[in-house]
Write a protein that binds this ligand. Structure first.
Ligand SMILES: [Zn+2]
Length: 99
């Protein structure tokens, strides 16, 4: 029985043949959950499920303002509210939102 921290299906199991010709199971690093939006908590698309240090910067983000931290819907709403405030239109409270 592997140790407690290895008993999860988030880790990939790989069979490796050792120099002594035994086949043993090695455990790959645990994969993190999907990247989440900072405002609504929804999944972010276009960002792979990998630890950030394993990816280049362009793979960790989406080339959009707030890309990689806020989803497209929340960004759109935030920008709309920002414009509305600029034009003096009354908007709902900005709690938990950008802009
Ligand atoms: Zn969102």
């Amino acid at each position: 029985m592997p140790r407690r921290s290895l008993r999860t299906r988030s880790r990939k199991r790989v069979k490796v043949r050792t120099p002594g010709s035994r086949v043993v199971v090695h455990y790959r690093d645990e994969k993190p959950g999907p990247a989440r939006c900072a405002v609504c908590g929804g999944k972010l698309f276009g960002i792979p499920r990998e630890k950030p240090y394993k990816l280049h910067y362009t793979e960790r983000t989406v080339s959009r303002m707030y890309g990689g931290s806020v989803c497209h819907r929340c960004l759109r709403e935030g920008l709309k509210m920002l414009a509305a405030r600029e034009w003096g239109i009354k908007t709902p409270p900005l709690i938990g939102r950008i802009a």
